[in-house]
Design a protein around this ligand. Structure first.
Ligand SMILES: *Cc1c(COP(=O)(O)O)cnc(C)c1O
Length: 528
């Protein structure tokens, strides 16, 4: 009696698919209240230098030792919520335009919480049939949208980099199998001079994947791009004819910086003619399919053998929400695995099978749950409208940049990015000023723009990555104004070396930022 009672009063607050969710809802309300009460920095990032910001965030958590006694759910969550608000990056700020990192949709965040509570895993049937069904459902929806045949399948991964790696693994092993080579047991030694073709603007994850897969980074042949930053097909053809074992043509639908799309129909022909696997890295560009006006940009994607889709970019999902879609699901045989404690043969025969054999992971969280909720809630039109809004903002930013003689447009808006530069009076200072002005904006917390290199020799450029469908042209104007302000201050600092604490020319602008941030903080503290 007594022990039953003490057990009842000391029950731990766990959750699941139903009952325990009440506790989750209460905890979420507590954290929301704490987040709303916390001091929002006002801009997308807290003011200050990285060391100061990180130190302050760690101090706010408390001493970095495991506390002997916990402070309880409410207090812990309140503390966490305020650390996230006061020392984090706010993806919903219309002045956050650095990366392909959207403000996530509320429906997706809520569904992700439900997925966490259900804690299902995709590897075995008994770890959560609903999660398995939702992944299958989402993958079929996405494959259908891409125009892949009905038999296509796919799998969620922890990101576009891992989707690309998985695609190249399937391409490697299916190519090897056709040559009578069993890479899985014998390794890649028997593959003679493997070749993976991609454009010079392809994502760096193709190099990493080739290194990890034993193909070697030397397998990557970078094909030059044309004036619109698309892979040159004739050059690809030549490289492919140059010998070696073609593993894949790795096309990009939406390069990370420019949103340019390789000529997919022509590359599909080249792949078909040479019997080469066609992978389309549509991590960024897949979302164009949601939008009537932009879908034509990725036409030809239906010819792919595999497609990478990042819905944590265009798709407004909290990361990770990446899928690899595969035309011929027998290619997943490369990952097939029979494990006594997970999928014994007689269980599989009886239908008690999970998706262990489609992934390099074992325990795998159900990232498709939030995507399913989003697709149901917003539909193609809803998502298409959001993309259209972001694209329109990019076109507006392009216009605004073109109209201002202090700025130089480097690449126009294909999808939702615009690449540009701040023009310096002394061209020799251009790289340093563009780099410094971006750091100045980060230190001020006022605005976030992206940075990249363009051309040879490299020009340091700035990039607006516009994925906030609620931002307006007024916000774009404010963003551009912030760049102009930071540009002229940085140029001034670099030209005159006016900052006392400067140690070297290269650090001048940064040193000035530091002094300025300290000033700003002092005046903010004085005001409050
Ligand atoms: C973002 C991106 C990736 C990598 O995706 P992660 O989810 O960041 O791993 C790969 N390819 C392209 C074209 C991308 O834009």
């Amino acid at each position: 009696m007594i022990s039953a009672l003490s057990r009842a009063t000391s029950r731990h607050r766990v959750t699941g698919t139903a009952g325990g969710l009440v506790d989750v809802a209460t905890a979420v309300s507590t954290s929301v209240a704490a987040a709303l009460a916390a001091k929002h920095p006002g801009g997308p990032l807290p003011m200050g230098r990285p060391g100061e910001v990180l130190d302050a965030a760690m101090r706010a958590l408390g001493p970095a030792v495991l506390p002997e006694l916990g402070i309880g759910t409410d207090q812990a969550l309140s503390r966490i919520a305020s650390v996230l608000v006061e020392h984090g990056m706010d993806p919903a700020s219309p002045m956050a335009a650095a990366h392909l990192q959207p403000p996530p949709l509320a429906v997706a965040v809520a569904a992700d919480t439900l997925a966490s509570a259900a804690n299902s895993s995709l590897d075995t049937y008994d770890s959560g049939p609903a999660g398995i069904a939702m992944e299958r459902w989402v993958v079929h929806v996405l494959a259908g949208l891409a125009g892949l045949p009905a038999g296509a399948d796919g799998v969620f991964t922890p990101g576009g980099s891992l989707s690309n790696l998985t695609a190249l693994l399937l391409a490697r092993d299916s190519t090897a199998a056709r040559l009578g080579i069993d890479v899985r047991s014998d390794g890649v030694g028997a593959l003679e001079r493997p070749v993976v073709l991609c454009s010079e603007l392809a994502h760096f994850s193709v190099h990493r994947a080739c290194a990890a897969l034993g193909l070697g980074e030397a397998a990557v042949r970078m094909v030059p791009v044309d004036g619109r930053r698309r892979m040159r097909v004739a050059a690809a053809e030549q490289l492919l004819a140059g010998g070696g074992t073609p593993i894949a043509i790795f096309a990009t639908a939406g390069t990370t910086d420019f949103g340019s799309v390789d000529p997919l129909p022509e590359l599909a022909d080249l792949a078909a003619d040479t019997g080469t696997w066609l992978h389309v890295d549509a991590a960024y560009g897949f979302g164009a399919l949601f939008c009537d006006q932009l879908a034509a940009k990725v036409s030809g994607i239906r010819h792919a053998d595999s497609i990478t889709v990042d819905l944590h970019k265009i798709g407004w999902q909290p990361a990770a929400a990446s899928a690899l879609l595969v035309r011929d699901p027998t290619a997943f045989g490369a990952l097939d695995r029979q494990v006594a404690y997970l999928n014994p043969a007689d269980d599989v025969t009886a239908g008690y099978d999970g998706r262990l054999g489609m992934s390099l992971q074992t325990t795998r969280r159900a990232d498709a749950v939030k995507v399913a909720a989003t697709l149901l809630a917003h539909g193609r039109r809803g998502l298409g409208g959001m993309l259209q809004a972001c694209h329109d903002l990019a076109v507006y930013a392009q216009h605004r940049i073109t109209m201002d003689e202090r700025l130089e447009l480097v690449a126009p808006a294909e999808l939702t990015t615009v690449v540009f530069r701040y023009r310096t009076r002394d061209p020799a200072l251009a790289n340093a000023v563009n780099a410094a002005l971006r750091r100045r904006l980060m230190a001020s917390g006022r605005a976030l723009v992206g940075r990249t290199d363009v051309g040879v020799p490299a020009s340091t450029c700035l990039k607006c990555t516009l994925l906030n469908p609620n931002a307006t042209t007024v916000d774009i104007d404010a963003l551009v104004d912030a760049v102009l302000d930071a540009g002229s201050t940085s140029e001034e600092a670099l030209t005159t070396g006016a900052c006392i604490s400067a140690e070297a020319t290269d650090n001048t602008a940064d040193a000035c930022i530091s002094a300025e941030a300290a000033d700003n903080r002092a005046s903010a503290e004085a005001a409050s």
